[in-house]
Design a protein around this ligand. Structure first.
Ligand code: PBG
Length: 320
């Protein structure tokens, strides 16, 4: 007789037919570092997530390494913002200092900085503004290349450009190769939607903006366009392709998997974190079960790497 339940009769039987798995080595941990604060500050909209003080980087990294985390994505929370985000293009700047510090105390840790300007510009947009308030593509990609060189000099292993400018991967790859950083890889935010799920991040990273990012981030109604974005980034030299946000866009991950041989990453963004966290705090969800289920969803769709604010908590759960 046909039937499915005979393969579900015990945990060992279920294990035999389990099609996907994941481990800590699939997870990238994003975290926030603020300059000029004396103690870590909890982000109200993301319970359990902090802006740590720059002076505590060593402790945090040692703790993460001890827990088994090997890939981190640091975000700087700057007190030195201006109209173009100069601070992340200079060697004394926050971005440089964060990366340098991590690589100095823990050379084995793979450091994957977000390469963008919104955390460093006074207006909160991801690049250089024109007179009419649009983001100037050419000027911004030239600056992204400068930021990339600074990050590479500091010791970044992989760069994660997220500004969604046209030709940013090509410009960054060219600059890296010219400056002798051909060993530095690029994890392209190839498909990044203009999403309201980034809400909590904007207060976390202190980059509120007026208006929106719809002239550079993607329209969330589109999937063909996403495949074109990914193809361009692959042709321009990306080593990894990322889809962002995560859970509401797993159809895009699955479709991308059919189109590319590059490793795919997906980003479970701040709003996804907060939704699970607050629902769990209210007793509506079992946090650990739901988090594990969500991570498996990414794997099933075809992502080989998942960027998640839960990574540290997951590492703690896995040790228990
Ligand atoms: C910056 C950037 C953003 C996020 C990551 N990098 C914000 C944005 O594009 O508005 C959001 C991540 C999150 O919500 O967790 N370009």
């Amino acid at each position: 007789m046909l039937g499915m339940r005979r393969l579900r009769t015990s945990e060992n039987m279920r294990k035999m037919v389990r099609e996907n798995s994941w481990s800590l080595s699939d997870l990238i941990y994003p975290f926030f570092v603020e300059e000029n604060i004396s103690e870590k500050v909890e982000i109200k909209s993301m319970p359990g997530i902090y802006r740590i003080s720059e002076r505590d980087i060593a402790d945090e990294i040692n703790e993460l390494f001890e827990l088994g985390i090997r890939y981190v994505m640091p975000f700087g929370v700057s007190h030195h913002k201006d109209s173009i985000g100069n601070d992340c293009m200079i060697e004394e700047g926050l971005l440089y200092r964060i990366i340098k510090k991590i690589k100095t105390i823990c050379p084995e840790m793979i450091v994957i900085p977000d390469v963008c300007f919104c955390e460093y510009t006074s207006h909160g947009h991801c690049g250089v503004l024109t007179k009419d308030g649009l983001v100037n593509n050419q000027a911004t990609i030239e600056n992204l290349a400068k930021q990339s060189i600074v990050a590479a000099r500091a010791g970044a292993d992989i760069l994660a450009p997220s500004a969604m400018m046209d030709f940013q991967i090509k410009e960054i790859r060219k600059a890296l190769d010219q400056e002798g950083f051909d060993h530095v890889a690029i994890l392209a935010h190839a498909i990044k939607y203009a999403s309201s799920f980034y809400g909590p991040f904007r207060s976390a990273a202190g980059c509120d903006l007026q208006g929106d990012r719809k002239t550079y981030q993607m329209d969330y109604a589109n999937s063909n366009e996403a495949m074109r974005e990914a193809k361009l980034d692959e042709m321009e030299g990306a080593d990894f392709l990322m889809v962002k946000p995560g859970t509401p866009y797993l159809d895009v991950v699955q479709r991308l998997k059919q189109q590319t041989l590059l490793p795919i990453a997906s980003y479970q963004v701040s709003g996804e974190y907060s939704a699970i966290k607050f629902a769990s705090k209210a007793g509506a969800l079992n946090e650990k079960d739901v988090v594990f289920e969500s991570i498996m969803g990414f794997k099933r769709a075809g992502a080989s790497l998942i960027v998640t604010y839960f990574a540290k908590q997951i590492a703690i759960w896995l040790k228990e």
